[in-house]
Design a protein around this ligand. Sequence first.
Ligand code: ATP
Ligand code: MG
Length: 249
Amino acid sequence: MSYTIGFTGKGGTGKTTIASIVIRYLAKKSPVLAIDADPNSNLGDMLGLTAEDTVVSIIDDIAANIENLPAGVTKERLVESRVQQSLGEGEGIDLLAMGRPEGPGCYCYPNSLMRGVIGKLEKSYKFIVIDNEAGMEHISRRTDRKIDYLFLVSDPNAYGMRSAKRILNLAKELKVSIGKSHLIVNKVRKDLPITENAVGDIGADKVSFVNESMDLLEFSLKGRPMKELDEGAEIVKMIYKICEEAKWQ
Ligand SMILES: Nc1ncnc2c1ncn2[C@@H]1O[C@H](COP(=O)(O)OP(=O)(O)OP(=O)(O)O)[C@@H](O)[C@H]1O
Ligand SMILES: [Mg+2]
């Protein structure tokens, strides 16, 4: 059984950045399936990987050409093999991009098909890391499956924290199965330190603080790919420490 780690939180708090460093950590030890579940996806850019196609466009394309399915092949099998071909492959990491559902209508069918496909795929990986879009959409659409470890990422301010609390409460209300929840208060400034007391009780099992990183500021300013970020950089060391303490292995 693979172990699923999810990332959620308000927009721009650092979900994708931290997810990409967690993926890098895990990939050194075991195969990882990195799922980019944000329609404005950039997890691939941060990992330096490209998925050839998205799950949503594969499903839409097959649905639009349903009369021309090859004989003897089920829709599910076809989706499965095309999704497999679409993966962006890296060292110890495969990238799966969900894509953007377009137009009105019910996505229950694609969602359930998608869950089935991921259910089959996941057997080949020890870890699945899901980078979600900002906000609560993914929770309320119930596209999340069982999450063993949920990271809630927040800025060091009341808005981000309130947002993390709302997401966690909604997940509990909708009975999304969450093994353990971990709040990361990210981008903490050294001149404006923040304590656990100031965070208040958002209901997460664990709280960690990650400092604002000059390396990341420079990387985003220059548009440099995160994979060039040195292992010795303070931000990488901080996230690796969080990973070690989580004891996923
Ligand atoms: N600890 C940090 N110090 C400095 N900058 C950071 C830190 N963490 C993230 N950033 C920067 O914040 C910006 C937003 O990060 P990121 O894209 O990871 O956020 P996100 O939560 O995934 O955003 P979105 O909601 O749009 O998907 C990026 O420019 C990133 O480099
Ligand atoms: Mg993101």
